[in-house]
Ligand binder design. Structure first.
Ligand code: AHM
Ligand code: MG
Length: 337
């Protein structure tokens, strides 16, 4: 639909809302406020190179990783903007150990927001693209205040998911299960305009994205998979691309085709897992990629079917073009020896 190119994200959301006779506008209101938060974060990310905000805040987050000031700013911005709008019952952030309740003075709604405020934040001080990832569920308990059970839902129950990529342009990509759509923030007017309507990921790609430093810590099956991608006789030939910022690596592969992998580290024999978090990283991107015709797996089963056990659960991740991820699953299962 070429005529809709240039449509603002608000017009686009309202058009989708009109297609659904049961929609009340609550969801559009929620996403609109998230977009405002992302614009504020984008402005700070853009000026990070010159502002005092750049640098380490000098404490560790619940994952034991160093937190940078911009992460805190992004996290605070989202909590403050989203807490009062009346559409949410509970919030969960990668940066907070526990779920975040809506302050008692504000009305509560029926949605749950889970997010990573600034993914890839170790790239901030070298001007490499970073992003915000979000996942939205409907409340499932009868408690007015949302509970951990409302947050710990499997990915297939998401009602929306997406990300903001703070790159050479700021881009928003989202899905509500009716296609994946991308919008680019036009500096000066401050609007997200539709630039990527109905994104479809190629069935098979030629890009593989993985941090090979960990080769010796992967299972023999994963090592064989990566050997396959690198073998001189593999056709079509693959090429390696790895930014080290999940949103950037994912977005490139979504548009060009290919596979991003963060396999399990077998050094922990009790529970080998990857680095990436199920709730705020793997699951929302798995929903986006599925709606674009791709696939995401932990090597054994679809990411969207994993029943979460804890808020900050980590999972191995294989995500991207359907055929590439299915091939990865066959390797991980040991069917390609
Ligand atoms: P973060 O959420 O703390 O920024 O960590 C997640 C990031 C991802 O963006 C990226 O894919 C991954 O960590 C890179 O990890 P590594 O440096 O081990 O390759
Ligand atoms: Mg992060």
């Amino acid at each position: 639909m070429k005529s809709s190119i240039g449509m603002t994200v608000t017009e686009h959301m309202l058009a989708k809302q009109r297609e659904n006779p049961e929609a009340t506008g609550a969801f559009t209101r929620l996403l609109s406020e998230l977009i405002v938060a992302a614009k504020i974060i984008a402005r700070e990310v853009n000026k990070a190179g010159i502002a005092d905000i750049l640098g380490y805040a000098g404490r560790e987050n619940v994952q034991g990783e160093e937190v940078q000031k911009l992460d805190e700013f992004a996290n605070r911005t989202i909590i403050e903007r989203m807490g009062h709008i009346g559409q949410l019952c509970v919030i969960a952030s990668e940066e907070d150990a526990d779920i975040i309740q809506i302050p008692p003075q504000y009305p509560k709604g029926n949605y749950v927001l889970i997010y990573d405020p600034l993914d890839g934040s170790s790239n901030i001080d070298v001007n490499v693209s970073i992003g915000t990832i979000f996942s939205i569920h409907r409340k499932i308990t009868s408690d007015e205040n949302g509970t951990l059970s409302d947050v710990l839902q499997p990915g297939y129950r998401q009602v929306a998911a997406g990300y903001f990529l703070y790159g050479s342009s700021t881009i928003m990509v989202y899905t509500t299960g009716q296609g994946v759509h991308g919008f680019t923030l036009l500096p000066g007017i401050g609007e997200f305009l539709l630039t990527h309507e109905n994104i479809r990921i190629p069935e098979r790609g030629t890009i593989f994205s993985v941090n090979e430093t960990y080769y010796n810590y992967w299972s023999a099956e994963v090592q064989r998979l990566v050997n396959y991608f690198k073998a001189p006789d593999t056709k079509p030939a693959y090429t390696a691309r790895y930014v080290g910022s999940l949103v950037s690596d994912f977005h490139r592969n979504l548009l060009k085709g290919g596979i991003f992998m963060y396999p399990a580290d077998t050094r922990d024999p009790k529970k080998p897992h990857g680095k990436l978090r199920l709730m705020c990283e793997a699951s929302p991107l798995a929903f986006v990629v599925r709606e674009a015709g791709g696939y995401a797996s932990n090597g054994e089963k679809p990411i969207l079917e994993i029943e979460p056990e804890e808020l900050h659960q980590r999972v191995p991740l294989f995500i991207g073009s359907k055929e590439d991820v299915e091939l990865a699953e066959r390797y991980v299962r040991g069917e390609m020896n």
